[in-house]
Write a protein that binds this ligand. Sequence first.
Ligand SMILES: [Zn+2]
Ligand SMILES: [Zn+2]
Ligand SMILES: [Zn+2]
Ligand SMILES: [Zn+2]
Length: 209
Amino acid sequence: MRIKTALVLVVTLTLAACGGGKQKGVVKFKGSTPNTSLAVKRDNRAVSSHCPKCDDPLKIDEVRCPKVKTCGAKVEWDSTYTCGPCGGSGVCQACVWMENQKGQCYACRGEGFIAYQGKTPDCKNCSGKKVCPICAGTQKCDYCKGRKMFDKAEVMALVEKSNPPDGAADPAAKPEADTKKAEPKKEEPKKEEGKAPEEPKKEEAPKKE
Ligand SMILES: [Zn+2]
Ligand SMILES: [Zn+2]
Ligand SMILES: [Zn+2]
Ligand SMILES: [Zn+2]
Protein backbone atom coordinates (compact mmCIF):
# COMPACT_ATOMS: atom_id res chain seq x y z
CA MET A 1 0.00 0.00 0.00
CA ARG A 2 2.72 2.42 0.99
CA ILE A 3 4.66 1.82 -2.19
CA LYS A 4 1.63 2.39 -4.34
CA THR A 5 0.93 5.64 -2.58
CA ALA A 6 4.53 6.71 -3.09
CA LEU A 7 4.37 5.93 -6.80
CA VAL A 8 1.15 7.84 -7.24
CA LEU A 9 2.72 10.72 -5.41
CA VAL A 10 5.76 10.71 -7.70
CA VAL A 11 3.56 10.71 -10.79
CA THR A 12 1.46 13.52 -9.41
CA LEU A 13 4.50 15.58 -8.57
CA THR A 14 5.99 15.00 -12.02
CA LEU A 15 2.79 16.10 -13.67
CA ALA A 16 2.56 19.11 -11.44
CA ALA A 17 6.13 20.00 -12.28
CA CYS A 18 5.33 20.12 -15.98
CA GLY A 19 3.14 23.11 -15.38
CA GLY A 20 6.20 25.32 -14.99
CA GLY A 21 8.62 26.31 -12.30
CA LYS A 22 10.83 23.72 -10.74
CA GLN A 23 11.11 20.13 -11.87
CA LYS A 24 12.17 17.20 -9.75
CA GLY A 25 15.71 16.00 -10.32
CA VAL A 26 15.86 12.46 -11.66
CA VAL A 27 17.77 9.68 -9.94
CA LYS A 28 18.38 6.50 -11.92
CA PHE A 29 19.31 3.12 -10.49
CA LYS A 30 21.10 0.81 -12.92
CA GLY A 31 21.90 -2.86 -12.72
CA SER A 32 20.30 -5.46 -10.58
CA THR A 33 21.02 -7.44 -7.45
CA PRO A 34 23.50 -10.29 -7.99
CA ASN A 35 21.97 -13.72 -7.42
CA THR A 36 24.99 -15.74 -6.44
CA SER A 37 28.31 -15.27 -4.67
CA LEU A 38 29.99 -15.46 -8.07
CA ALA A 39 27.79 -12.71 -9.47
CA VAL A 40 28.67 -10.45 -6.55
CA LYS A 41 32.08 -9.91 -8.15
CA ARG A 42 30.34 -8.53 -11.21
CA ASP A 43 27.91 -6.38 -9.28
CA ASN A 44 27.28 -3.53 -11.72
CA ARG A 45 24.74 -1.60 -9.73
CA ALA A 46 25.15 2.13 -10.07
CA VAL A 47 23.25 5.30 -9.37
CA SER A 48 23.21 8.48 -11.42
CA SER A 49 21.41 11.79 -11.14
CA HIS A 50 20.03 13.70 -14.09
CA CYS A 51 18.40 16.87 -15.25
CA PRO A 52 14.66 16.19 -15.52
CA LYS A 53 14.40 18.14 -18.75
CA CYS A 54 17.44 17.29 -20.92
CA ASP A 55 18.46 14.10 -19.06
CA ASP A 56 22.09 15.21 -18.83
CA PRO A 57 23.93 14.12 -15.70
CA LEU A 58 23.26 16.68 -13.01
CA LYS A 59 24.67 16.80 -9.52
CA ILE A 60 22.15 16.38 -6.77
CA ASP A 61 21.28 19.70 -5.14
CA GLU A 62 22.17 21.56 -8.33
CA VAL A 63 19.17 23.87 -8.71
CA ARG A 64 19.67 24.87 -12.32
CA CYS A 65 20.76 22.85 -15.35
CA PRO A 66 24.09 24.33 -16.48
CA LYS A 67 23.02 24.06 -20.14
CA VAL A 68 21.47 27.47 -19.90
CA LYS A 69 20.92 28.00 -23.61
CA THR A 70 19.36 24.66 -24.52
CA CYS A 71 17.79 23.64 -21.22
CA GLY A 72 18.27 25.71 -18.12
CA ALA A 73 15.65 23.77 -16.19
CA LYS A 74 15.05 24.80 -12.62
CA VAL A 75 15.51 21.70 -10.53
CA GLU A 76 14.66 20.67 -7.03
CA TRP A 77 15.59 17.42 -5.38
CA ASP A 78 13.55 15.08 -3.22
CA SER A 79 14.82 14.30 0.24
CA THR A 80 14.32 10.54 -0.18
CA TYR A 81 14.53 8.12 -3.09
CA THR A 82 13.06 4.65 -3.53
CA CYS A 83 15.71 1.91 -3.67
CA GLY A 84 16.11 0.76 -7.27
CA PRO A 85 17.35 -2.83 -6.98
CA CYS A 86 14.49 -3.93 -4.72
CA GLY A 87 11.97 -1.52 -6.16
CA GLY A 88 11.19 -0.26 -2.69
CA SER A 89 10.16 -3.65 -1.36
CA GLY A 90 13.13 -3.92 0.96
CA VAL A 91 13.32 -7.63 0.14
CA CYS A 92 16.49 -9.42 -1.00
CA GLN A 93 16.08 -9.85 -4.74
CA ALA A 94 18.47 -12.78 -4.87
CA CYS A 95 16.17 -14.62 -2.47
CA VAL A 96 13.19 -13.73 -4.65
CA TRP A 97 14.76 -14.77 -7.93
CA MET A 98 16.45 -17.90 -6.68
CA GLU A 99 13.36 -18.79 -4.66
CA ASN A 100 15.44 -19.07 -1.53
CA GLN A 101 13.39 -20.42 1.31
CA LYS A 102 13.69 -18.25 4.42
CA GLY A 103 16.99 -16.79 3.29
CA GLN A 104 18.61 -20.17 2.81
CA CYS A 105 21.26 -20.69 0.13
CA TYR A 106 19.56 -21.88 -3.04
CA ALA A 107 22.45 -24.07 -4.15
CA CYS A 108 22.64 -26.33 -1.11
CA ARG A 109 19.14 -25.63 0.17
CA GLY A 110 20.48 -24.57 3.52
CA GLU A 111 22.66 -27.64 4.05
CA GLY A 112 26.00 -25.83 3.75
CA PHE A 113 27.45 -28.63 1.63
CA ILE A 114 26.63 -30.48 -1.53
CA ALA A 115 26.93 -34.25 -1.43
CA TYR A 116 28.90 -35.43 -4.44
CA GLN A 117 30.30 -38.89 -5.04
CA GLY A 118 30.30 -39.73 -1.39
CA LYS A 119 32.01 -36.48 -0.42
CA THR A 120 30.44 -33.43 1.16
CA PRO A 121 32.46 -30.34 0.18
CA ASP A 122 31.34 -26.91 1.39
CA CYS A 123 28.77 -25.30 -0.85
CA LYS A 124 30.60 -22.81 -3.05
CA ASN A 125 27.70 -20.37 -3.19
CA CYS A 126 27.43 -19.86 0.57
CA SER A 127 30.89 -21.11 1.60
CA GLY A 128 29.19 -23.49 3.96
CA LYS A 129 27.28 -20.72 5.73
CA LYS A 130 23.97 -22.18 4.61
CA VAL A 131 22.39 -18.79 3.90
CA CYS A 132 21.90 -16.55 0.87
CA PRO A 133 25.29 -14.91 0.26
CA ILE A 134 23.66 -11.64 -0.79
CA CYS A 135 21.54 -10.96 2.29
CA ALA A 136 23.32 -13.34 4.67
CA GLY A 137 19.97 -14.91 5.40
CA THR A 138 18.26 -11.71 6.55
CA GLN A 139 16.10 -11.65 3.39
CA LYS A 140 16.58 -7.88 3.32
CA CYS A 141 17.70 -5.99 0.23
CA ASP A 142 21.48 -5.71 0.51
CA TYR A 143 21.50 -2.33 -1.22
CA CYS A 144 19.17 -0.41 1.08
CA LYS A 145 19.56 -2.83 3.97
CA GLY A 146 15.83 -3.41 3.87
CA ARG A 147 15.04 0.26 4.45
CA LYS A 148 13.33 0.51 1.03
CA MET A 149 14.71 3.95 0.35
CA PHE A 150 17.71 6.23 0.61
CA ASP A 151 17.89 9.75 1.87
CA LYS A 152 19.43 12.35 -0.36
CA ALA A 153 22.89 12.29 1.20
CA GLU A 154 23.06 8.52 0.75
CA VAL A 155 22.10 8.83 -2.91
CA MET A 156 24.79 11.46 -3.40
CA ALA A 157 27.32 9.05 -1.94
CA LEU A 158 26.07 6.28 -4.23
CA VAL A 159 26.34 8.53 -7.29
CA GLU A 160 29.87 9.47 -6.31
CA LYS A 161 30.78 5.83 -5.82
CA SER A 162 29.29 5.01 -9.24
CA ASN A 163 31.43 7.68 -10.89
CA PRO A 164 35.03 7.38 -9.82
CA PRO A 165 36.89 10.69 -10.38
CA ASP A 166 39.27 9.23 -12.97
CA GLY A 167 36.27 8.29 -15.09
CA ALA A 168 38.03 5.14 -16.22
CA ALA A 169 35.69 2.69 -14.62
CA ASP A 170 32.83 2.05 -16.97
CA PRO A 171 31.37 -1.29 -15.93
CA ALA A 172 29.61 -1.69 -19.27
CA ALA A 173 32.77 -1.13 -21.30
CA LYS A 174 35.18 -3.58 -19.72
CA PRO A 175 33.49 -6.35 -17.80
CA GLU A 176 36.60 -8.52 -18.17
CA ALA A 177 38.72 -6.27 -16.01
CA ASP A 178 36.62 -7.11 -12.98
CA THR A 179 36.78 -10.81 -13.60
CA LYS A 180 40.56 -10.72 -13.67
CA LYS A 181 40.73 -8.92 -10.38
CA ALA A 182 38.61 -11.59 -8.82
CA GLU A 183 41.02 -14.40 -9.64
CA PRO A 184 42.15 -16.18 -6.53
CA LYS A 185 45.79 -15.86 -5.64
CA LYS A 186 45.92 -19.00 -3.60
CA GLU A 187 46.92 -21.44 -6.29
CA GLU A 188 50.63 -22.13 -6.31
CA PRO A 189 51.11 -25.45 -8.06
CA LYS A 190 54.82 -24.80 -8.64
CA LYS A 191 55.69 -26.21 -5.27
CA GLU A 192 55.21 -29.80 -6.33
CA GLU A 193 58.57 -30.09 -7.99
CA GLY A 194 61.69 -29.32 -6.09
CA LYS A 195 60.02 -29.89 -2.81
CA ALA A 196 63.04 -29.29 -0.65
CA PRO A 197 64.92 -26.20 -1.77
CA GLU A 198 65.94 -25.58 1.78
CA GLU A 199 67.16 -28.52 3.72
CA PRO A 200 66.72 -28.24 7.41
CA LYS A 201 70.08 -27.59 8.91
CA LYS A 202 71.17 -29.38 11.93
CA GLU A 203 73.15 -26.65 13.50
CA GLU A 204 71.51 -27.15 16.77
CA ALA A 205 72.47 -30.74 17.10
CA PRO A 206 73.87 -31.11 20.57
CA LYS A 207 77.50 -31.95 20.69
CA LYS A 208 78.62 -34.58 23.05
CA GLU A 209 81.95 -34.12 24.52
ZN1 LIG B 1 18.97 20.13 -18.51
ZN1 LIG C 1 18.92 -13.20 0.08
ZN1 LIG D 1 25.00 -23.09 0.00
ZN1 LIG E 1 16.51 -2.07 -1.58
